[in-house]
Ligand binder design. Sequence first.
Ligand SMILES: Cc1cc2nc3c(=O)[nH]c(=O)nc-3n(C[C@H](O)[C@H](O)[C@H](O)COP(=O)(O)O)c2cc1C
Length: 184
Amino acid sequence: MTKLAVIYHSGYGHTARVAQFVAEGAGRHAEVALYTAEEASARLDELAAYDAIVFGAPTYMGSVSAGFKAFMDASAPVWFKQGWKDKVAAGFTVSNSPSGDKLGTLQQLSVFAAQHSMIWVSTGELPAGVTGSEINRYGSFLGLMTRSDNAPAEQTPDAADLESARRFGERVAIAADQLRRGRH
Ligand SMILES: Cc1cc2nc3c(=O)[nH]c(=O)nc-3n(C[C@H](O)[C@H](O)[C@H](O)COP(=O)(O)O)c2cc1C
């Protein structure tokens, strides 16, 4: 079965919540494991077993949180061997403001994936303003954007953002599943 890991950092619980919904969606087509950035840094060898890795970081000061960046830097030994080459990758973020400079975080995550020669999967959803639905409310194509809206993690991101996360996870898992079957 296709295997997908979600690796995230969360200072206050919002990104952890989104990670759970990404994992739930992905779980429809893959065997899924959740790792905090700290756990993933300590268990880098395990990640070789996954077909896809989804990266999640809160946006702090317009970029990934220091906790996630520590994992990025810890992955350098894998980079030297290009150990994640041709695995599927995708990214998501949470921030307080509607923009909040979330794009900066997703750009960092996609460059990180490219440094590892991974295959990046976009959101694949038209913006909510075009479809009239509430999916992909922030109109992001590069990766999933969600919003904490200055409320605790028990309340936000809201249902529409969490459903966007579920659909995003499902899309990444389908891409990874198709690629794995094609290779076989
Ligand atoms: C140090 C710090 C910097 C932040 N910078 C931003 C920012 O640049 N843009 C924004 O919209 N929100 C910013 N926020 C708010 C967080 O993105 C928001 O609270 C998010 O939900 C945190 O995710 P977490 O609960 O997973 O840590 C910042 C929060 C902290 C603690």
